[in-house]
Design a protein around this ligand. Structure first.
Ligand code: ZN
Length: 305
């Protein structure tokens, strides 16, 4: 009798333990599949919210491009020195229009920079140089284009890509997808993804010193927000249309979230000019290679004649 009971007790215990194990296994399976569901749901959410994904990807790329460049070695300079910031407009020849630099001349100038070992800084790097005194190569240069003409994409971009150069285009946001002479949003996206930084040049190329403070703030703010929305990236730099500004403009650019601004005053950029009033080196269609060379090798070229 006792033996029978013991056997029964053992069988019951085994069954009980088996039951527990099964219960546990089923539960853990359930939990796992629930987790899997959660993972795929959140992936779906990310995929559904394309903008979130794009912002993330852009940030990753953005951080890679700016944070990986630490300039080291002996041929460095600090922010007591100047940097030439080239100012172009259109890269497409037109007789009698000096703002339109022929494609061949532009290529010759870029080729000169490459052959002579120039480093093309991004605006983030230039900002770091001026504000945080992060050193840059002695032969540093910044390439900028004003207005956002479509020939910047068709004629300048292939050359910049060929030489692996960074550049910045200041765009008039009301022209995007609206005027055939200017960059389209797909072109802007492609440029931005390939080392050509897109920044604001106001909404309608307003002459800022003729506007009220509120109007200045609106065009500066709206153009920045337009580009940020289009590219999913923070934008911090601008250039004054017609090179005109007043005291209100300085207040408005700060209020609108800009941290560095360019004028059309001629000369190399230097921190003594003020971070909202940086000078640039104008390159016109009348500028031959010799003059180009003079302007980028002599920091006081604009004072020497
Ligand atoms: Zn302009």
């Amino acid at each position: 009798m006792q033996n029978k009971h013991r056997k029964l007790a053992v069988i019951v215990s085994i069954l009980f333990i088996l039951g527990l194990i099964t219960f546990d296994l089923v539960n853990s399976f359930k939990a796992e599949s629930k987790n899997q569901r959660l993972v795929s749901e959140s992936l779906n959410d990310i995929q559904k919210d394309k903008s979130v994904k794009e912002v993330y990807l852009n940030n990753v790329k953005y951080n890679n491009t700016i944070k990986e460049r630490e300039f080291k070695g002996e041929n460095l300079k600090y922010n007591d020195k100047s940097v030439p910031v080239l100012m172009y407009h259109s890269i497409d020849y037109e007789k009698g229009n000096e703002l339109r630099v022929p494609k061949g001349a532009f290529r010759e100038q870029m080729s000169y920079l490459k052959q002579n070992g120039y480093t093309t800084l991004t605006l983030d790097e230039l900002y770091d140089f001026f504000i945080n005194n992060k050193p840059v190569p002695n032969k540093s240069i910044v390439i900028t284009f004003d207005d956002g003409y479509k020939d910047n994409f068709e004629n300048a971009y292939p050359v910049l890509k060929e030489f692996g150069f960074n550049a910045t285009i200041f765009i008039i946001t009301s022209t995007v997808d609206a005027n055939k002479n200017y960059l389209t949003s797909p072109q802007i996206k492609e440029l931005e993804e390939n080392g050509i930084d897109i920044e604001s040049h106001t909404v309608k190329h307003e002459q800022l010193d003729k506007l009220t403070y509120a109007e200045q703030l609106t065009t500066l703010k709206n153009s920045r927000e337009y580009i940020e929305k289009l590219l999913g990236k923070q934008k911090k730099y601008t250039a004054y249309p017609f090179g005109k500004w007043n005291d209100d403009t300085i207040k408005a650019v700060k209020e609108a979230g800009y941290s560095m601004v360019f004028t059309t005053e001629s000369g190399w950029g230097n921190k003594s000019q003020g971070i909202y009033e940086l000078h640039r080196v104008y390159v016109s269609a009348n500028c031959n290679l010799k003059e180009f060379e003079r302007r980028i090798t002599d920091a006081s070229y604009n004072k020497s004649n």
